[in-house]
Design a protein around this ligand. Structure first.
Ligand code: SF4
Length: 326
């Protein structure tokens, strides 16, 4: 049984806007175990990125605010930490890689400067040792001729290579948790699989836990051990990879899985799509937010938000269908 290293409980992150309160994350709970790869999946606006920015305390305030909940890392609540304490966590114990590496790398500085700065900032190493570590990390992520390429500028690397540099930077301080926020969305399809495999391979070798944020169910199916499906700011289904893909319970998860193109289906067959659009999360009424799109919606769904139904160990769903079964 793997040890739980991060426990998020009832996280609420809201944004105050001129149109009303956006409840971007509204009561999210999950656990992350050592060395585990957890996928957080959902459409744009489901709250997956805000959940993880909240964990790093990177929510712009105002207009955003963490309104409640806890995120306990090794017995300490991240949300109770002051700026100094959280700075020690960021990059050191929890690292993050973003969609577009070009926006995270400074185009005016050599890779060596940026990597060495990160290593010196977070580890007790002098510049020479940090440079050696930087070259080792570039080699580890598959950059050819790393001792020479470390002196290049970001624009001298392709998109895929830049994302490899970001992975090197994120893992250079040996974090316990890596948050990867849509790490392949800005890359060519051919490169995407290589980057995903690299993250999986390195994290398994370094025993780093990963939170993989994605809208791509193919990525989740391929590498994640456990999965949280988010809709309108809440987790609507949780389970192991097998449970979610072999026996999805929530109608939204079932729709997501049905809409993935499959090689064993004739190309002439029309691809399934979930009808309608995700809801506007401003002033959401207390009903199931999926009901306008759900083929199995009942009267109750239109009036009351479904509670969490526990179906087994770490297996949960938020849907009235399963409360009815009980
Ligand atoms: Fe569909 Fe009702 Fe379940 Fe919501 S609670 S997903 S509307 S059946």
């Amino acid at each position: 049984m793997r040890e739980v290293i991060l426990k998020v409980d009832n996280l609420k992150t809201y944004f105050n806007t001129d149109d009303g309160i956006v409840k971007a994350v509204d009561g999210v709970s999950f656990e992350l175990k050592k060395g585990e790869i957890l996928g957080i999946v959902g459409e744009s606006g489901s709250g997956k990125s805000v959940t993880n920015l909240s964990l790093m305390k990177l929510i712009p305030s105002p207009p955003g605010k963490i309104m409640g909940g806890t995120a306990v890392l090794d017995g300490e609540d991240i949300f109770k930490m002051n700026d100094n304490e959280i700075r020690k966590i960021r990059g050191n114990r929890i690292s993050m890689i973003f969609q577009d590496p070009m926006t995270s790398l400074n185009p005016f500085l050599r890779i060596s400067t940026q990597l060495i700065e990160t290593i010196v900032l977070h580890q007790d190493l002098d510049k020479e040792a940090a440079r050696k570590r930087a070259v080792e990390m570039l080699e580890l992520v598959g950059i050819p001729n790393p001792a020479k390429r470390v002196n290049d500028y970001p624009h001298q690397f392709s998109g895929g290579m830049r994302q490899r540099v970001m992975i090197a930077m994120a893992l250079s301080c040996d974090p316990e948790i890596l948050i990867a926020d849509e790490p392949t969305s800005a890359l060519d399809v051919t490169i995407q699989a290589q980057i995903i495999e690299l993250i999986q391979d390195l994290c398994r070798r370094m025993n780093t836990a990963v939170i993989m944020i994605t809208h791509d169910l193919g990525v989740v199916a391929g590498i994640c051990d456990t999965v949280c499906v988010m809709y309108a700011g809440r987790v609507v289904e949780k389970g192991t990879n097998d449970e979610i893909f072999k026996e999805p319970k929530h109608p939204y998860t079932q729709g997501l899985i049905k809409s993935v193109p499959r090689l064993d289906k004739p190309t002439s067959e029309k691809l399934f799509s979930i009808k309608g659009q995700p809801p506007n999360v401003i002033n959401l009424p207390e009903c199931c937010p999926f009901h306008p799109r759900c083929e199995r919606a009942m009267d109750k769904c239109r009036n009351t938000y479904p509670p969490v139904t526990t179906l087994g160990e770490d297996r949960e769903v938020r849907c009235w269908l399963y409360e009815e079964d009980k």
